[in-house]
Design a binder for this molecule. Sequence first.
Ligand code: ZN
Length: 307
Amino acid sequence: MLPVKRLFVAILAMLVWADFNTTVSAQTLPDHVARIAGDVYSYGPGNEYFSMFVVTSEGVIAIESVNTEHATGLLQAIRKVTDQPVKYMLHSHNHWDHASGGQVFKDAGATTLAHIEAFEWMKANTGRDMAVPDESWSGTRKDITLGGTTIELHYLGMNHGLGMTVFRLPEQKVVYIADIVTPERVLFSIVPDFNIREWERSLEEILKLDFDKAVYSHNEKADASQGGTKQDAADNLQFLRDLRAAIYAEFKKGTNPMMVPDIVQIPKYKDWAMYDQWLAMNAWRLLLDDWMGPFPWRPDPGYQVKK
Ligand SMILES: [Zn+2]
């Protein structure tokens, strides 16, 4: 065969293979599962919560059990993707609405794990659907390696809830972030259990991490199953700063502080989810935080605040 003809046949074969490959992959992915990168997948059954899992040659690491129904669906989905056993279920933080359902993964033989602060809270305030994790970790960083895949666990400070962990897969450049970044939505209702200044500082830390894609526990993008990018974290940080600036601009105009939350507008974000419903509540929270001082707050156990 002439070299050019041979090259043409080779390219054609490659194209056919590539097409066949993507078609098969798309068909074999179970419902509610999307491939984020390599062997990293998101799972979101349409209940406003996304989990993530990574398949390795020695087992699966899953993040965020949410509740028994979600965890059961997640486990079934994992079993459709791989025969590998689930070795870990990692909890992002303490809250009942994220860290419940862990028993499903314990029963499947996985080790459930949370940061010591979340662990202690879960032990003291075990929700109806919550199982106290098998293990805890402390400090600001832990790495887990399974089947040649490393996942980094980062504790960035008292930004939201207790023991909030940001997970990063350095090889795949993917992170999993719960609650402290939500693409294309204003802050969550009354902004419960967020230390605003620590949150901003944590977002700056997140922006320094090396990643291309992110699975966010909550996501208002049109194609949320595909996760998001680092830009979403930058946008969330900018929203916090723009809202604070808008509040102070009203003070400067002489608006009665009690009226500011009802009046304040930041039209740049008018298309974000819950803008009309929650912006006033967001403004109250930021205003009160700057008035009363940061809350919630607790003494630094020695590793919380990176300076
Ligand atoms: Zn939370």
